[in-house]
Design a protein around this ligand. Structure first.
Ligand code: P6P
Length: 331
């Protein structure tokens, strides 16, 4: 009998002592919230949840109805449990402090409630990305600065991909485990653990339409891949770009590959498109825990000291040897 998420977390705590009860509660509550989001996503047009909400988020992006629904599900699921001090979301300008009517806990939860939302209306995989930090010591009131911790400080990170299967992928610092939602039981069942990304790959993921805007190292790396068998790589490459980071990262965790969303000169002041705290950091930790690598071209993403809650970052992640190659071109 494959283990449920709860059993996995209990046995992980028994073996490694890295999932205290409050963190186990947090992860079980997040998993339950992802089940609710999966249910809403799967209803699609039947649930009247497709299309635009006719509002904008802090990023200036038009919000989809499901973006807002997913955000509310995560807030409502987590605010009463006593395990969190505050939450931060791509869909909210500032942090959400747990209301006074509930006790505050020692954890901070950050999330992109529904990443890849441009794919919602065209029925392509999307997902929820989450990251867990500890609130800094001291009895000062929780504030935004408490969230500005390097990615290496995470105590848990994961995502839930809403695709042909709904799969929860999680690390607490002892490798990566995957849980597939059994809809009949309504529970996440352990379907893979000790996930490993092959160090080499023949598959890259980048939005090629931005090619003319890239910096030289990125153009050089992709040109070499496109040169194939007779070029400097001596092998042909395939390309995949879902336009949903969760789907692309899940493929890479499953069969290898390299994912890039580099800086480009369309908006030179923006270091990249993806957000550091609740997209790049959780995904980078998962990838590293699975034997891969993740940099911004110059340095390890998990070493970057955040300055703002919603700051963006350039991302190269996946098969270790490929990330090291494209990063070396930058230095
Ligand atoms: P583009 C989705 O909006 C997202 O933030 C990531 O999930 C995805 O990898 C990227 O943007 C897609 O960006 O420019 O190709 O549409």
């Amino acid at each position: 009998m494959a283990a449920s998420l709860s059993r996995y977390l209990v046995e992980q705590q028994r073996a490694k002592g890295n999932i205290p009860p409050e963190l186990r509660l947090l992860l079980e509550v997040v998993a339950r919230a992802c089940k609710s989001i999966s249910h809403a996503v799967n209803k699609g047009a039947l649930g009247g949840v497709l299309g635009s909400a006719h509002s904008e988020n802090v990023q200036g992006e038009v919000q989809k109805k499901l973006d807002i629904i997913a955000n509310e599900v995560l807030i409502e699921a987590n605010e009463w449990g006593g395990h969190l001090a505050a939450m931060a979301s791509e869909e909210m300008d500032s942090i959400y402090v747990v209301p006074n009517r509930y006790p505050q806990g020692e954890y901070l939860l950050l999330f992109d409630p529904l990443d890849g939302s441009s794919n919602i209306d065209v029925n392509v995989s999307i997902g929820t990305i989450f990251s867990v930090l500890k609130k800094p010591e001291g009895n000062l009131a929780v504030c935004e600065a408490d969230f500005l911790q390097k990615g290496q400080a995470q105590v848990a990170a994961g995502y839930c991909v809403y695709g042909p299967q709904t799969t929860l992928v999680l690390t607490v610092g002892d490798g990566v485990a995957m849980f597939t939602l059994d809809r009949e039981q309504g529970s996440f069942v352990l379907t893979q653990e000790h996930v490993q990304i092959p160090a080499d790959t023949q598959e890259f993921a980048v939005n090629m339409s931005n090619m003319r805007h890239w910096d030289a190292p990125v153009t050089r790396y992709i040109d070499e891949c496109l040169a194939g068998q007779t070029g400097p790589r001596g092998k042909d490459f395939n390309m995949r770009w879902v336009g949903s980071m969760v789907a692309d990262v899940h493929r890479i965790l499953t069969r290898g590959g390299v994912f890039m969303y580099p800086w480009d000169k369309r908006e030179p002041d923006k270091p990249g498109k993806l957000r550091l705290l609740y997209e790049a950091n959780p995904m980078s930790w998962l990838v590293e825990q699975a034997g891969g690598a993740a940099t911004n071209g110059q340095q390890r993403i998990l070493d970057i000291q955040p300055q703002q809650l919603h700051q963006r970052v350039s991302v190269f992640l996946g098969s270790k040897n490929e990330v090291e190659r494209v990063s070396a071109f930058h230095n």
